[in-house]
Design a protein around this ligand. Sequence first.
Ligand code: HEM
Length: 417
Amino acid sequence: FTRAPRARGLDNTHLLLKEGFTFLSDRHNELKSDIFETRLVGKKALCITGAEAAEKFYDSSLFIRKNAVPSVISQSLLGKGIHGMDGEDHLHRKRMFLSMMTPERVEDIKDIFLEELDRRAGEWEKMPSIHMYDELREILVRTGCRWGGVPLSDAEAPQRTEEMSLMVDSFGSLGRMKEGKKARESQEKWLEGIIRDVRSGKLTPHPQTAAYITAHYRTPSGKKLSARDAGIELNNAIRPLLATAYFLVFGLLAMHQFPGEKEKIAQDQNNYSHKFSQEVRRYYPFAPAMAAKVRKSFSWRNVEFKKGTLVVLDFYGTNHHRDSWNSPETFQPERFNNWQGSPFSFVPQGGGDHHSGHRCAGEWLTVIVMKAFFRYMSTGLDYHVPEQNLSWSLHRVPTIPEDGFRITNVQRTPGTA
Ligand code: HEM
């Protein structure tokens, strides 16, 4: 075996937090290697990037997730539940999530989202300036709750939006992680109450909704989850839709900054809106990386991965890796024309297989909502993008254009969306 090149510094956790999305790629580039060794959260870590690395990382015979992500992160962003599970228990829990994703239910989320979006766009017509990131967050939370069978009153919507946003926004800084943890606790209490109401018959959501499915799910040993644990999984089914707000805002930015994109989406020849959505998920940053621990020792690129070692896969770097993508720093939806669909080179929501691994259970929901939104914004609405700060930083995780993307002079063009 050879030793992987080592990044400078004793423990690089502070640099990871400071440098954000560029921490891993910069070192892979500097060391000219898809693998390097460093110390993170006091432990030796092997950092890997690229499609080949992702293929190893998503081989569940080689890795486990339990206790791999430091609890300060897992307790703010992820909550407990499916994310840290392994083996049969994980597969069983994953089937529960995937049972929410029937083609009809995926279509449902699009219809609900468009209804909520259009209702809110009616208000935008009366407003002098619209902060799209803020607006989209609440629209997505309302959509997620309706889709998931979770009642949400108008009075409650802003508070729940704020809490879910704090959870999603909290994973890149220690200060924000503390706030995220508080928000998570409030959410979990709320959703635990919803589970109890479903179980007692006080609430009767449709059997295909997340509220019903999580309340009645039974583990492989035949037991129901505690109301608290079921609430956590219900949260894992409705909260992450909010993350789509980042991609929606970046898509608006791409439609604004890259000539011809808005028109091509409006025409939508050969499913252009789909390719545009894929390129938004590839090009712009959201989920930076994922951690796992080696389950049994193996070697890759002649480096030994010893049992128990922490391994970090760079999602953002893999989506921009030169071995898989031509001119990765160019925004080019057409690159998806003849794309073969590798589950390892394109990992904005994790890689590998949805059913047997940890790949995101909500990928279909994300993409259908993105497509519907970009179509709506190119055919259903006239708007102006005023002068503002549209720059965004790769050093903040997650990141968004500085001014949240403001629009003015909104007018709906009914019948065309
Ligand atoms: C897992 C990203 C939307 C549900 C994940 C993972 C990532 C991710 C990076 C972890 C993959 C891994 O552990 O290897 C995103 C992004 C989203 C999004 C960027 C949108 C912008 C959603 C939605 C849902 C969802 C809408 C709704 C159900 C889940 C679940 C898991 C997961 C349940 C755990 C899967 C498992 O551990 O087996 N997501 N997600 N996500 N996501 Fe998403």
